[in-house]
Design a protein around this ligand. Structure first.
Ligand SMILES: Nc1nc2c(ncn2[C@@H]2O[C@H](COP(=O)(O)OP(=O)(O)OP(=O)(O)O)[C@@H](O)[C@H]2O)c(=O)[nH]1
Ligand SMILES: [Mg+2]
Length: 238
């Protein structure tokens, strides 16, 4: 069995994907063929998928999935997880917000617990923009208070999870929408009593290309979802 599968969702990341995968392969070279990298591209118009296929042609560790229907970040992550064969699955953004050199640490810790979260708000973690850091910190306090999550970074999106833990999750309930899938994942794994560990991670700047969604839209999307979960819980449906 593969030791580690890394799932990389991409949309218009042609200038990031190749250097990112190269960094991951370098940092995890000890795993040899025990590593697989699954790029899940939603048919990016900038040709991300074709570029990645060309760059890693002949390397059987790298797979590129191209999705043309049912697009979106969380669905792409689900598709990647579903075709992963690794004992541990690690998910990260491809724009270098999530530093690839932290992958070995997350992988090694995930061998001993169920779920490892790369966290900006654990002591030692952080992100480049002070304003965004403070806004995200306050928003996370709100989420923790309203939802009752026990992780400081509820919107991280950088995580490693063991296969046994994944098999217990209800994917239909978690993997849809945008980054909101992440707090649904935390809530469900918390309810199942999975063992979580939060590892401090210093986020990087996006290297190339553009963010896919603006801060006001994200704020509205996540807030609506937080209150939807609260309402569903109230009637016993979440
Ligand atoms: N497959 C797929 N990947 C996506 C989609 N939307 C975003 N992504 C990827 O998800 C990751 C996060 O997207 P970003 O636009 O950087 O979002 P973000 O990190 O929340 O926003 P910033 O903090 O502004 O960078 C990147 O690797 C994107 O390429 C999508 O619809 N489909
Ligand atoms: Mg980003």
């Amino acid at each position: 069995m593969t030791d580690l599968s890394i799932v990389l969702p991409t949309y218009n990341e042609r200038d990031n994907i190749v250097p990112l995968v190269e960094r991951l392969l370098h940092g995890l070279s000890d795993l040899g063929d025990g590593l697989e990298v699954i790029i899940v591209d939603d048919n990016s118009p900038d040709g991300t998928a074709a570029l990645a296929r060309e760059a890693f042609a002949g390397d059987r560790r790298i797979r590129v999935l191209v999705r043309t229907t049912d697009r979106g970040l969380a669905r792409a992550i689900r598709a990647g997880i579903e075709c992963a064969s690794g004992h541990i699955v690690l998910v990260m953004d491809t724009d270098f917000n999530h530093p690839p050199d932290q992958a070995p640490l997350l992988y090694n810790i995930a061998r001993h617990v169920d779920l490892v979260v790369g966290s900006r708000f654990a002591f030692g973690g952080g992100m480049p923009s002070r304003t965004r850091y403070v806004l995200s910190y306050v928003y996370n306090l709100f989420m923790r208070f309203v939802l009752g999550t026990r992780i400081n970074d509820n919107l991280s999106g950088l995580f490693a999870i063991r296969r046994e833990a994944l098999q217990k999750l209800d994917f239909d309930k978690i993997f849809w929408g945008y980054g909101d899938y992440f707090f649904r994942l935390l809530l469900m794994s918390q309810r199942l009593g999975l063992r979580h560990v939060e590892v401090p991670v210093l986020y990087g700047e996006r290297r190339n290309g553009q963010s896919k969604i603006g801060i006001p839209s994200i704020f509205l999307l996540y807030t609506r979802e937080v209150f939807r979960i609260v309402a569903l819980r109230f009637v016993g449906k979440w």
